[in-house]
Ligand binder design. Structure first.
Ligand SMILES: [Zn+2]
Length: 336
């Protein structure tokens, strides 16, 4: 975490996280600064957990079979160090069935961080696994709830998208799943292609939104990162409102803008690689094709299909970003 880092300044040691609050004129390394003035900064305590689940005990719980399977899948696919919150929460997790009390089509289950409870409005297995992923990536630090890629109300769209994306990756897509997550799931799958699978999964399980933003900041400006996160939040919000208030144009605009920002991040990453390792045209071609998965990106809203973006927008961004380093590709080369 940034705030755990120290910088030596003319005024002594300060935390990087406080740099914006304090006026620091010069933060170059000052070797002459006397040692006894070094301030020790406490690192945040690691969640106390013994990284172990009593499977026999878990099996006897309600939905024991599913809980055990979820545990096995997590333990065989993720590093133990990334499962702190999972081990911490699973032991005291409570699952309540509220079937028949379904509120609307958008809520099939809920995970409540403060009480470590899952409320189920359906017996769909996919919903249970989805909520279990929320449980495995949630904690409180101070008064703030951290859950996957959300921090209180910020990043909810990102978090829901990635939670569902991981549920499908490890447990498959359920036919009875009715909530509309499709656009958010697809968007986060593109973000993962920029950040990398292992890194993104690890950041999610450690509820490290700040870490994800830091990864994106390597390729995007602060404004672009903020726009991306808030756009995905707005998509989620718009889908949750009453249908009469739903603005399709606004929704499609936010969606398109989000993709364009992710395209930029991907192309800027490619430019860096090109500068560092001189990628051949064949390799660039392969990387672009793998990223775009065939071109057009569509959204399905209320039974209708809308084209959001595709190769034409990608090519424009590609040409623009590469031209900044004086490299020009023929359009036909990029479109191969
Ligand atoms: Zn959810």
């Amino acid at each position: 975490m940034l705030s755990d880092l120290l910088l030596v300044t003319n005024q002594g040691l300060v935390q990087v996280g406080e740099l914006t609050k304090r006026k620091v004129i010069d933060y170059k390394l000052n070797k002459r600064y006397p040692r006894e003035n070094i301030v020790k900064v406490k690192l945040p305590p690691r969640v106390i957990s013994d990284c172990y689940v009593d499977i026999a005990k878990l099996e006897r719980k309600k939905f024991g079979e599913l809980l055990t399977y979820f545990t096995r899948v997590l333990e065989s696919n993720f590093f133990n160090l990334d499962l702190d919150y999972f081990y911490n929460n699973i032991k005291t997790l409570d699952i309540k069935e509220l079937r028949g009390k379904i509120l609307n089509n958008h809520v099939l289950g809920e995970y409540l961080i403060d009480t470590n409870e899952i409320l189920l409005y359906t017996d769909c297995k996919n919903t249970i696994y989805h909520e279990l992923f929320h449980m495995a990536s949630s904690c409180f630090r101070g008064n703030t709830a951290f859950s996957g890629f959300s921090q209180d109300d910020v990043g909810i769209g990102l978090d829901e998208g990635y939670t569902e994306f991981l549920t499908r990756r490890y447990f498959g897509k359920s036919r009875t799943f009715i909530t509309n997550y499709e656009d958010q799931v697809k968007l986060v799958s593109f973000i993962e292609k920029v950040v990398g699978k292992n890194k993104m999964e690890s950041l999610y399980l450690k509820a490290n939104l700040k870490g994800l933003l830091k990864e994106l900041r390597v390729y995007l400006t602060q404004d672009e990162v903020v726009d991306l996160v808030s756009n995905i939040d707005k998509l989620r919000y718009l889908y949750g409102v009453e249908i009469k208030d739903f603005s399709l144009n606004l929704y499609l605009d936010y969606l398109r803008e989000s993709y364009l920002i992710i395209f930029k991040a991907f192309v800027r990453k490619l430019v860096r690689e090109y500068q560092q390792t001189w990628l051949s045209n064949v390799i660039i071609d392969k990387k672009v094709n793998d990223f775009l998965e065939g071109g057009n990106i569509r959204s399905y809203v209320d039974g209708k299909t809308y084209r959001i973006t595709g190769l034409d927008d990608f090519v424009n961004i590609f040409q623009e970003e590469f031209s900044k380093i004086g490299v020009y590709f023929n359009e036909s080369e990029v479109r191969k």
